[in-house]
Design a protein around this ligand. Sequence first.
Ligand SMILES: *[C@@H]1O[C@H](CO)[C@@H](O)[C@H](O)[C@H]1NC(C)=O
Ligand SMILES: *[C@@H]1O[C@H](CO)[C@@H](O)[C@H](O)[C@H]1NC(C)=O
Ligand SMILES: *[C@@H]1O[C@H](CO)[C@@H](O)[C@H](O)[C@H]1NC(C)=O
Ligand SMILES: *[C@@H]1O[C@H](CO)[C@@H](O)[C@H](O)[C@H]1NC(C)=O
Ligand SMILES: *[C@@H]1O[C@H](CO)[C@@H](O)[C@H](O)[C@H]1NC(C)=O
Length: 418
Amino acid sequence: MILKLVLLSVLAVIVTAEKVRYDDWALYRVHPENEEDLKFLNELMEKNEHLDFWKPPSQVGEYVSVVSPPKMKEEFEQSLKNHSIHSKVVLKNIQKAFDAQLHSRKRRNTNNNELYWTNYQTIDEIYGWFDYLGRNHSSVVTVVTVGQSHEGRNITGIRISRGSGTRAFVLQAGEVGADWLSPTVLTYFANELIFSNNSEIRAASQDFVWYIFPLTNPDGFQFTQDSERLWVKNRRPTSTTTIGVDLSKNWNSQWGVSGGSHSPSANNYIGLGPFSEPETRFLSGYIGKIAKNYTLVGFLSFRSFGQRLLLPFAFSTEPLFNYDEMILIGRRAMGALSVRYETQYRVGTSRNVHDGATGSGADWVKYRYIPPVAATYLLRDTGFWGYTLPVNQITPTCEETFDSFLAIIREAKLTNVL
Ligand SMILES: *[C@@H]1O[C@H](CO)[C@@H](O)[C@H](O)[C@H]1NC(C)=O
Ligand SMILES: *[C@@H]1O[C@H](CO)[C@@H](O)[C@H](O)[C@H]1NC(C)=O
Ligand SMILES: *[C@@H]1O[C@H](CO)[C@@H](O)[C@H](O)[C@H]1NC(C)=O
Ligand SMILES: *[C@@H]1O[C@H](CO)[C@@H](O)[C@H](O)[C@H]1NC(C)=O
Ligand SMILES: *[C@@H]1O[C@H](CO)[C@@H](O)[C@H](O)[C@H]1NC(C)=O
């Protein structure tokens, strides 16, 4: 008996250390058409722990993104049919798409110190590149570490400064572990701001002091590389059986008002209180330090996915602060984004165009420091790939997002917002 127990526990250790596979897990796009559909889907999300909601039910007419393990597919599809809810399988086997994300991974070349934006980057590659920039381009780049994650990883970014700037701009990404896209997009931004000779980019680089933090949930991100590709939260134990808090809902702005869960086992668990997590505490504290030394004029947060530009504040449909200015700037910027590859974004508060989830970094920074520019980008796509986005879309995403980012600055200057 004892031997059996020992064997079992050894097995358990082996199993948890192994990489979880998602063979034949399917990705659905579900279309609620009335309040009843929404109610049913919300109940399903709460009570069915096997289904993984990548995009929760939010409003009528807005798609819901759900992943189902093979053993649940039949029941899930039947229950949707029973309620006459339209849905479509957009990917039959997400494991295949995840495998493809790694096939062509090209490691950072430590001889010439280049990064590649044709594949998803790792923590080691990004931090290694930062170290190199700090060493070999020290007149422009300084490496800044704001603190450590629960598991002791550095939360590291860079500061780009070309002299006597007095206005600061903060860019942040990587709060959601499963989102491999946004960290890679922000290193592209950094590369452009540091190395481009284009006059508009150079002017942007000179006009502000830049702080760029691409990996603000390093433990969750690493966990998705090593163990569970679908992990969302950080990795701090929250009870004897549950781990992690959704950092994108843990900031002290209308915390817990809507769009998150109070249940520690949920993927969108918001924590015991605002800033309960070391990652959000350190980063918000550091933003406070930046705001002491400079006029904080911009905060942009990036994550996948949804193709939205979310303006403060998530809980409201009201035009608060300079919303009226920002919606014009945002719409023009998303127009600029669509030029290259016809990628369409919607602009508005989260309540208007997304899930209304409160407690985001952009909302907190806007309320606390009132920078004229504050928003959250939800990058590609709209639920046809979600977190399985193929690598051939990484460079296009970087390019179009950077186009729109320059347009935000351009339009904000034209309208005297910046
Ligand atoms: C669908 O409806 C049928 C008939 O009412 C019922 O027997 C079945 O349990 C329902 N299935 C699901 C998955 O809700
Ligand atoms: C970085 O700087 C070191 C020391 O100055 C130098 O040896 C090395 O060649 C530089 N590397 C690159 C890629 O510029
Ligand atoms: C973490 O950051 C500190 C301070 O910047 C640095 O000295 C240390 O080497 C870093 N640790 C790792 C593991 O990179
Ligand atoms: C920018 O100009 C410098 C100096 O003329 C050159 O060395 C560098 O390669 C150029 N960078 C790019 C990205 O074209
Ligand atoms: C703010 O300025 C002080 C004093 O010059 C400096 O020590 C500190 O590193 C600066 N902090 C930031 C975040 O720029």
